[in-house]
Design a protein around this ligand. Sequence first.
Ligand code: COA
Ligand code: MG
Length: 287
Amino acid sequence: MRSYLFVPGDSARKMEKGMGCGADALIIDLEDSVAPSAKETARQVTAEFLREAKGAAGRPRLFVRVNDLASGHTAADLDGVMEAGPDGIVQPKACGGTDVAHLAAMIAVREAEFGLDDGVTRIMAIATETARSIFALGTFRGASHRLAGIAWGGEDLSADLGSEGNRDANGHYTDPYRLARSLTLMGASAAEVDAIDTVYTNFRDLDGLAAECRDARRDGFAAKMAIHPAQVPVINETFAPTPEEIARARAIIAAFDADPNAGVVAIDGEMIDMPHLKRARRLMSRV
Ligand code: COA
Ligand code: MG
């Protein structure tokens, strides 16, 4: 999973366009991109789309972003879409593992009610949208077997902090946002789930997006969220392992398989030890 494209939950047209754009996953949004007065329509449009789209060959994974637990809309969102069997639910404003466990229980009830297999619905948590949630980033481990990834977001966080902006004059995230980003990476790794980089809102600036993708991948993020179909190929290209990387990972794994008692081996004149093996296995798990 490299790319997650947001699609407003009241726009059947964008859902249709999203299906064919190459995204690994769509996040059909019932939260910020849908006005309060349009929530009920959006649930219906989303459920109808899910029922149709689930049968499409080679389709992206289909996630739905529900409203946060404090909004009072979460139960109605789940009641509206769970019957159609989304692959996963995206949880905004998640404050640590406790919130994920709470959502997981709500999902489990609907799976039983609608005759879905127990545990099939995954959760992706957006985990840095309030100041309070930053202090809970280390609590996701073991929260739920449904948890597949943890993403960070800087827009709601800046509203919570009262920041006038979240990037400096060079376009780089300022310290509070770099902290949120780094702790997301740590929290996701500690929980053994994917770390997912936040959206790049200037969707016409594909060079800026590519640079941010490269930074994210270098640091250990597995994927990035998108808001526009034009961003998807850039994200997919950056996050997909190259043939050279795959060949090298295979060579490292093969060298240790050939000598299971070795703590260190040499490949092409370079010392290769356990951290290299761990990285190689991780890369192969994404191929
Ligand atoms: N998913 C699928 N299709 C999309 C899309 C998306 N996120 N964003 C744009 N498109 C489609 C448009 O419908 C348009 O197709 P059409 O002319 O055949 O209808 C085409 O791509 C080009 O769109 P463009 O004119 O460049 O952009 P726009 O002005 O229509 O839309 C946004 C700009 C930002 C409103 C739109 O990209 C969007 O809705 N993004 C998602 C917002 C969201 O979900 N935010 C919440 C999470 S942060
Ligand atoms: Mg938001």
